[in-house]
Design a protein around this ligand. Structure first.
Ligand SMILES: [Fe+2]
Ligand SMILES: [Fe+2]
Length: 190
């Protein structure tokens, strides 16, 4: 069974051992959901919200509700914040969190390897989205067809990025939060 980000449907049984014990419904009220886990979930929600905001801005521009000057003033900056934030977030996970978690629960180690390779796949999609956003802004002094073609290309890239990201965030939470609830933040060293 492939656990590729683009094709997997959640975690297989051997990586659900803790998720089955701690399903999403019990997370919010669980005594072991500490400050660190709450903060981390909040960051994930911010990425989801910012992704939605970028999507709305892109649609607004293509549908003529947002002027080019306004789009240019807002979109590239928001996109850079989003991509920069994601990059920092991923490196904290890769270098600090995942090694601690995999050591604490070797039965889930494969899951952390999968999440790390998700980050690589997301990173490639981030570069594509960044490049096509720059290309789009570069068409603003050209004719409308060129602008619309570039806008569609960027939409495709940004949809791809967001689909990967949303899927990754959900699976990542499903692997990590049950482990935190099972062990507690202190004993895990976070
Ligand atoms: Fe991640
Ligand atoms: Fe994350």
């Amino acid at each position: 069974m492939t656990l590729d980000l683009d094709t997997r449907k959640g975690w297989p049984d051997d990586l659900r051992i803790l998720l089955d014990t701690y399903p999403r419904e019990v997370w919010q009220d669980h005594v072991n959901l500490g400050d660190m886990a709450r903060f981390w979930l909040h960051i994930h929600d911010q990425f989801r919200a910012l992704g939605g905001e970028l999507k709305d801005l892109g649609e607004g521009f293509r549908e003529g509700r947002i002027e080019a000057a306004d789009y240019r003033a807002r979109y590239p900056r928001r996109l850079s914040q989003f991509l920069g934030g994601l990059e920092g977030h991923h490196s904290i996970e890769d270098y600090q969190f995942f090694p601690l978690f995999a050591a604490a629960e070797p039965r889930l180690a494969q899951g952390f390897e999968v999440l790390e390779s998700d980050h690589e796949s997301i990173h490639a999609a981030m570069i594509a989205a960044f490049d096509s956003a720059n290309a789009l802004v570069g068409t603003f002094d050209k004719d409308r067809d060129a602008v619309m073609r570039a806008a569609e290309q960027h939409d495709t890239d940004s949809e791809r990025l967001l689909a990967k990201l949303i899927h990754h965030l959900d699976d990542e939470e499903d692997l990590i939060i049950p482990l935190i609830l099972d062990r507690g933040e202190g004993p895990l060293g976070i």
